[in-house]
Design a protein around this ligand. Structure first.
Ligand code: AMP
Ligand code: MG
Length: 399
């Protein structure tokens, strides 16, 4: 049994950044840029009005009242043909190009008009309500560096810069294999000795949550040859193979045997973590293999601790490990002290501090507890009990 931090190091040491690919911008959300982006244009591309109002020469305004002749109207998208001369103003809409000769826009709410006459009270400063060409970004400016995580704001920015396709790191393909002769399908009746297969759904959902491509091979019977065949195919087809169940010491737990038979490089088969001790990790060529335990809470816990950081690293993300922060306990919790114990809780912020409340039984099949939780607190190995008021490290889940 190895320490959790050593196990995570082994996983991350073997998770390598994938190659890049050029993809349409509308598929780039939550991906990581594999190229530097420079602006091909000035932004804004022309002097642009930021208000509905009147464009004029600021030097025509002063302390008292100034009168102007209104010489036309420009809407967004128009090319202004008139040049504004002394004493003239032109009606202008938000987003329209400010015509030559004008250097300021006065808001419509601040003026009086009568037919084609405009009356302005007070001084209008040069540049007022005008977004200057290149004010935000100049042609050739560096906008994003390789390694930038693309959120909705970056996607919008790339669109305004004319990048309809961008180079991003490829997302890993995950293959899910679910083992267990006791499993029946989600639409099946539960007969004696059977349980519904929830892990396959949870694992596909966990993968989708990370924005990767995922394929499930469905349920594979607890027969060594069948598992061997499925694992071999999966290692051909995917970048990461994740199995559920079959990693304990039971007579029908074949994952470790199969890995030996294939000649995979087994890095660990047991970690000081609860829930999820029998988690197994191996590499085969440049592929990663995670053998996760079958208990529904263990499978999610070990995916989040080991598989999620590997996936994020392979996609080029820098936030590989979710931030831990101090959490004040509102309840007492117990632990055996033999492993780092992940306790699923509800974390709430009150007066700037985080508090954790018990959400129910913590046995490794207690998926219902997890549905009432938004986070986890970690009772470190060696600690057997913690009390309300104590402070532990915690984090939010599924981030
Ligand atoms: P195993 O790791 O295969 O020994 O399974 C441990 C426990 O998890 C057993 O009680 C199994 O019935 C249960 N289990 C395994 N796989 C699944 C699954 N896909 N869905 C729900 N429960 C499962
Ligand atoms: Mg099993």
């Amino acid at each position: 049994m190895i320490k959790l931090c050593k196990a995570l190091d082994a996983v991350l040491d073997n998770a390598s950044l994938l190659e890049s690919e050029t993809i349409p911008l509308d598929e780039a959300l939550n991906r990581v840029l594999a190229e530097n982006i420079n602006s091909k244009d000035n932004l804004p591309p022309f002097n642009k009005s930021s208000m509905d109002g009147y464009a004029l020469k600021s030097t025509d305004t002063g302390e008292g009242q100034s009168k102007f002749k209104i010489v036309g109207s420009i809407k967004a998208g128009d090319v202004p043909r008139t040049e504004i001369k002394k004493g003239e103003a032109i009606k202008i809409m938000t987003g329209a190009a400010v015509p030559k000769g004008a250097d300021a826009v006065i808001q419509i709410e601040k003026v009086k008009t009568c037919k084609d006459e405009l009356e302005v009270c007070g001084k209008v400063c040069e540049g007022k309500n005008v977004l200057m060409e290149g004010e935000e970004i100049k042609k050739g400016d560096s906008v994003f560096e390789r390694g930038t995580f693309l959120r909705p704001s970056e996607i919008g920015m790339l669109a305004s810069l004319g990048y309809g396709r961008v180079q991003c790191y490829r997302k890993p393909k995950i293959i899910i294999i679910t083992t267990g002769d006791e499993l029946v399908g989600v639409d099946d009746k539960i007969t004696e000795g059977k349980v519904r297969n929830c892990n396959e759904y949870a694992l596909v959902a966990l993968s989708k949550n990370l924005n990767v491509s995922v394929k499930s091979y469905g349920i594979v019977e607890d027969q060594k040859e069948k598992i061997l065949g499925a694992v071999k195919n999966a290692l051909e087809e995917g970048d990461i193979v994740i199995t559920s169940g079959g990693v304990s010491v039971g007579d029908y737990d074949f994952i470790e045997d199969v890995l030996h038979e294939i000649g995979a490089d087994i890095k660990f088969t047991s970690v000081e973590v609860k829930p999820g001790k029998p988690v197994t990790f191996a590499t085969f060529k440049n592929k990663l293999f995670f053998g996760l335990p079958g208990n529904p809470l263990s499978v999610i816990n070990t995916f989040e601790i080991f598989a999620a950081p590997a996936v994020k690293k392979m996609m080029g993300r820098k936030d590989v490990i979710n931030d831990e922060f101090p959490v004040i306990l509102e309840d007492d919790f117990k632990s055996k002290g033999d492993r780092d114990n992940y306790i699923y809780v509800n974390i709430e912020k009150k007066d700037g501090k985080y508090y954790a409340r018990n959400t129910g039984m913590q046995s490794s099949n207690a998926l219902f507890t997890l549905t009432r939780s938004n986070g986890v607190i970690i009772i470190k190995k060696g600690i057997k009990s913690v009390r309300a008021g104590d402070i532990l490290n915690g984090k939010f889940i599924f981030k």
